[in-house]
Ligand binder design. Structure first.
Ligand code: G3P
Ligand code: CA
Length: 410
């Protein structure tokens, strides 16, 4: 880390004082090109540092998400941060799951001893039926096995790995920091904070306690705390959380015919806005006024990636999507990323980092112009100055970042 920074500083200094001279020499054939050090180009990120790669739910593209094994794999792949989504158990322990409803991410439905726990709860205004972490003690949770959620991904590890606590994830990251001397961090998210508060299992105090216990409650700690609910972030700031924080920005879907994002409950606005009667949509957050408001309590935004590169299909005379790849379907694979919005620049002007989600390798998730190459998807985002991104396949994100660094002569 230190050596790399020194090298970068030296190159930047050289770039500032000598780039024009070197370019002029190269252009007219003057000088000995073998002696000329490469002139590195600056990063366009907010802090002029390289973009970070966050292992989204660990290396969730290849192992069951939110397991110690998936986080360790993400770190081995080179991720700078690992991302635990946090929910609470019945006895108030923070564990890593994407949803309070653990039906699709564990083998709980196959265990007869827990059959009677199947129930229906309202999550963010929507009835969900299944098994919920808040009805299980940590000891019971530890009897479950995690499963991979995407049918396209490897299933052979299903049921083998346990559900980790936040503390176990912190312990893993600290051990790997020591073992590798890399600046690895955690990027925890409070999941459905209003739901948990209504159950008397508020996530915020528990997360702050864990971060305090890790001696990581500072701006320079290897920690970003994220949430879709502004109230959760504001509460933690008010209660003394000093880490960097990121406001997530969602939408329901996109309309391939118009290239516009669409908004439908429960993904139309933060659920705490719904509860408080604030009728704005997530889209309000990406306006200059919205960004300025976020800057009052957070350090960055975490937008869904089409907020940066809208996705749009080509339409025929009848207004139908053109089957550009000729596979007989008219879908995402036929659409293309459009010209970028001004969101990254606007956020940077507001002093906010931008960490976009979520990058995935599968062919069905790649637009036409990428020509089935997942690495290619990352490059325009890096070139725009994106400060970081969440990837289910951190090795792909790192490979793309290496390509980008070469472009910058770094
Ligand atoms: O936290 C960034 C990204 O993960 C948000 O989407 O649904 O995976 O929590 P989700
Ligand atoms: Ca097609």
């Amino acid at each position: 880390m230190t050596n790399r920074n020194i090298t970068q500083q030296a190159r930047l200094k050289l770039g500032a004082i000598g780039a024009a001279t070197l370019l002029a020499l190269a252009a007219c054939g003057g000088g000995d090109s073998t002696l000329a050090p490469p002139v590195s180009m600056p990063f366009k990120t907010l802090n002029s540092t390289q973009p970070i790669v966050v292992g989204h739910r660990g290396a969730s593209g290849v192992l069951p998400e939110h397991t110690i094994e998936a986080y360790a794999r993400a770190i081995d792949m080179g991720a700078d941060f690992v991302e635990p989504d946090l929910v609470a158990t019945k006895d108030g322990v923070l564990i890593a799951r994407h949803e309070p409803n653990i039906t699709s991410t564990t083998n709980v439905a196959s265990l007869p001893q827990f059959a009677s726990r199947r129930t229906t709860k309202k999550v963010d205004g929507v009835d969900e039926t299944g098994w919920f972490a808040s009805d299980f003690t940590l000891a019971e949770i530890k009897t479950l096995g995690a499963v991979i959620t995407d049918a396209e991904r490897p299933k052979q590890f299903d049921g083998l790995y346990k559900i980790p606590t936040l503390q176990e994830i912190i312990d893993l990251v600290k051990a790997r920091r020591t073992a590798t001397s890399r600046d690895i961090g955690i990027y925890p998210e409070t999941k459905h904070p209003t739901f948990h508060r209504q159950l008397g299992l508020g996530l915020e105090d528990r997360l702050i306690s864990s971060i305090n216990a890790a001696s990581w409650n500072s701006r320079t700690a290897p920690v970003f705390v994220q949430s879709f609910e502004p109230g959760s972030l504001k509460e933690m700031r008010a209660k003394g959380l000093n880490t960097r924080m990121v406001q997530l920005i969602d939408a329901d879907d996109y309309d391939l015919k118009t290239g516009k994002l669409t908004y439908a409950a429960p993904y139309d606005r933060p659920y705490d806005w719904t509860v408080s009667g604030d009728t704005r949509l997530f889209s309000a957050m990406v306006t200059p006024a919205g960004l300025a408001e976020i800057k009052t309590y957070a350090d960055g935004i975490g937008p869904w990636k089409p907020y940066i590169l809208p996705i749009r299909a080509t339409l025929d005379a009848a207004g139908n999507i053109v089957d550009r790849n000729g596979d007989g379907k008219r879908d995402y694979n036929d659409a293309s990323a459009q010209s970028p919005t001004t969101l990254i620049d606007d956020a940077h002007k507001a002093g906010l980092l931008v960490h976009a989600y979520t990058f995935r390798n599968e062919q069905r998730r790649l637009t036409f112009e990428l020509n089935k190459d997942p690495v290619a998807e990352y490059l325009p985002y890096y070139r725009l100055g994106l400060d970081g991104l969440f990837s289910d396949f951190p090795d792909t994100a790192i490979a793309a970042r290496s390509t980008y660094l070469k472009e910058l002569n770094r």
